[in-house]
Design a protein around this ligand. Structure first.
Ligand code: CTP
Length: 357
């Protein structure tokens, strides 16, 4: 049995980038052998095991054959006769299809090192089109490696276009869509992700709402340049969309609640937050209430960060002070007067409004 390091760990180490996780391929073994050595089987669809000590992923060498629609529609073949070259051949990109022995020797049958040098993201084989997730992966890698000068090979882009045209993108689960999108948004040049998807016809299929977001790229670039976190980046991307469009996008992507709420609030309240002088006191209080600023001050702070990023010159301090003033109203003192709960609420609002005029 032989074990090799493969995939992103080899790629990133050769590029001098930090290695996040290590994946291993095992050639010449059976599940039984690994289980006897203490590995724990985790893959349902293919033979993947966790190392008893490191917890890292070890996959038995395998080949795959398309046998149905979508990202998971594969027939997997794995036995001790599957070679390392065969396993590397089923992979997405040449730069992800380099293996390394424990002695540091590189096995690179598909020209991955040359493509690392010339900064090309190139498919390994025509089997690339068997997995629609690869459209998103390649766009994500293009964003992640953009600062090093990487570009997608024209032939690979053509295969991505074929995948987009085939309707297979629609078979991807919302979870997959979201995890690739969130990871891409978190790179230094997230706009490249959208560019590449746009170039191969996937953008309009996956994110049709963004056609109407004229400043999506510019806003996203601003948020990324400020190293804003990924929640803010997503809200920046949705900036300028109608709340209903934000909703539709978030549902298709299955965006976690903290993302959809922030993006939805920003799209609904951007104009009001940017121009408090156009609001009267009840209007200002309503903005604070709609943001749930009293109970969720941290999220309100995220909205103010968006305001500072996307509407330079807007008065974020106004809102911080408005919230602080409203919080200075003593609810307990109002309640102590013995009035009903409903009356407490009405008086609290009235006191707060007085401070926002
Ligand atoms: N892989 C593939 N096609 C996919 C998913 C994965 O060919 N749809 C292969 C690639 O060789 C990839 C390896 O499996 O390098 C490991 O996958 P993963 O951990 O998802 O990605 P990495 O390339 O390691 O990179 P990153 O962790 O940055 O996503």
């Amino acid at each position: 049995m032989n074990i090799y390091l493969v995939g992103g760990a080899v790629r990133d180490r050769l590029l001098g980038l930090p290695v996040r996780e290590r994946d291993w391929v095992v050639v010449g073994a059976t599940p039984q052998v690994l289980i006897e050595l203490g590995y724990r089987q985790v893959g349902r669809d293919f033979p993947v095991f966790l190392h008893p000590d490191s917890g890292e992923e070890y996959a038995l060498a395998r080949t795959e054959r398309k046998a149905g629609a979508g990202h998971r529609g594969f027939e997997v073949h794995s036995d001790p006769s599957v070679t390392l070259e065969e396993d590397l051949r089923r992979r997405d990109l040449t730069v992800n299809a380099i293996a390394e022995t424990d002695g540091g020797e590189l096995i690179d049958p598909y020209g991955g090192q040359a493509d690392l040098q010339t900064r090309v993201l190139r498919h390994v084989s025509e089997a690339f089109v068997e997995d629609p997730l690869r459209v998103l992966r390649v766009a994500r890698f293009a964003a992640y490696l953009h600062h090093l000068g990487f570009e997608v090979a024209p032939d690979t882009l053509a295969l991505m276009q074929t995948l987009s045209d085939s309707g297979e993108l629609e078979t991807l689960s919302a979870e997959r869509l979201w995890s690739e999108t969130a990871r891409a948004l978190d790179t230094a040049h997230p706009g490249v992700f959208l560019d590449v998807l746009g170039q191969c016809g996937a953008g309009d299929r996956l994110f049709p709402e963004l056609r109407a977001a004229h400043k999506a790229y510019e806003n996203l670039a601003r948020a990324a340049a400020a190293k804003a976190d990924v929640e803010l980046r997503f809200a920046a991307l949705c900036s300028g969309l109608e709340p209903a469009a934000v909703d539709a996008l978030c549902q298709r992507l299955n965006a976690p609640r903290r993302f959809s709420e922030l993006a939805g609030l920003w799209s609904a309240l951007e104009q009001d937050l940017a121009a408090p002088d156009r609001l009267d006191a009840p209007g200002r209080l309503q903005v604070l209430e709609r943001c749930d600023a009293f109970r969720r001050p941290q999220r309100f702070e995220q909205l103010l960060l968006l305001l500072a990023l996307l509407r330079p010159g807007a008065d974020t301090e106004f809102w911080r002070q408005a919230l602080a003033r409203c919080r200075s109203v003593d609810v307990a003192a109002i309640a102590a007067t013995g009035v009903s709960g409903r009356e407490v609420g009405a008086r609290l609002r009235a006191e707060r409004e007085k401070l926002l005029g």
